[in-house]
Design a binder for this molecule. Sequence first.
Ligand code: FE
Length: 386
Amino acid sequence: MTNPNLTNSNLNNMNATLKTVLLQPVRQKVTRRRLWGMALLLSVGIVACQAPSANEADQVSDQAANLEGEQVINLYSARHYDVDEVLYEQFTADTGIQVNVLEGQPDELIERIVNEGEQSPADVFIAVDAGRMWRAQEAGILQPVTSKVLTDEVPENLREPNGEWFGLTTRARVLVYNTEKVNPSELSTYEDLADPKWKGRVCIRSSENVYNQSLLGSMVESIGPEATQAWAEGLVANFARQPEGGDTDQIKAVAAGQCDVAIANHYYWARMAKSDDPAEKAAVEKTAVFFPNQQDRGTHVNISGMGLVKTAPHAENGIAFMEFLVSPAAQKVFAESNNEYPVVKGVALDPVVSELGDFKVDEVNVATYGRNNPEVNKIVDRVGWQ
Ligand code: FE
């Protein structure tokens, strides 16, 4: 097997990717099944990216043929929660289909599937954030799935219109404010944070972060690129400091009085509320969550998503697995593992998440976030949002 697109620099990148992927699961609780999956996947992967001899190529296709006959599904996942493993075991108990998991960073997993090409053992790809599911789609590694279960269970706004990927759980991008410095009656919308009354009071992470890119992508869709740019300009003018750290750091900065309000995903706040770390608990006590845009389009939500890989050797098993993940029991476990909202209606929420209350969701389709990303990149460049 030769791949004309493989250059030396691709190979170097692949080596780096392999190392990273190798290191990833070692930090976690490694199960025998996962190790078995790793060994198999890595052996296929390494051979696939080193342009093997004819003999080696035969071995690879033999392995792929064996894979096709087995009751397995090979999952490439950018989610890393121990509880996910419990779910995969339940799927095996229900169906007899083994789940082999390869964990890694989302962009690395996408690159890996691209490089593995036709030989890829990957069946299902899971990532957090619609922007990354969009990148997978753009890289051409997914295929449309027609499944009544998936279209019935996953609301239309939370799936790619052609069935290339589906939301699994949602996360709300909320405002977190300092309860001593801000009265919630002062808060209303994302747009309002560009008002001069917030000068020097707003914290948010870098515009390179995919959560912010998706938020801006949704705004481009709803209010248009000019209004989104004007908003971003006003927001940057109101920054309390240059963007640094992740969402948790923004919440801590609000608690410490460095800023009065931040934009962050709700589950970071919920995770801190459940933390055993006294500093995190104290930070949560000084802050509260506000759902913006409740009087108009609703609060921006993002997804953890899943898609069937274009070259999936076990496509049927992959679809069965995806359908299993939207069953009420799986939804409950999957959402709770990261304090998220299930995509399936009627599934009980985690108590801490439930206490945040009901809110109106912005129902703009999640596929627009990635589609508008080129425009978003221009906007953040023009307004100097680092
Ligand atoms: Fe996150």
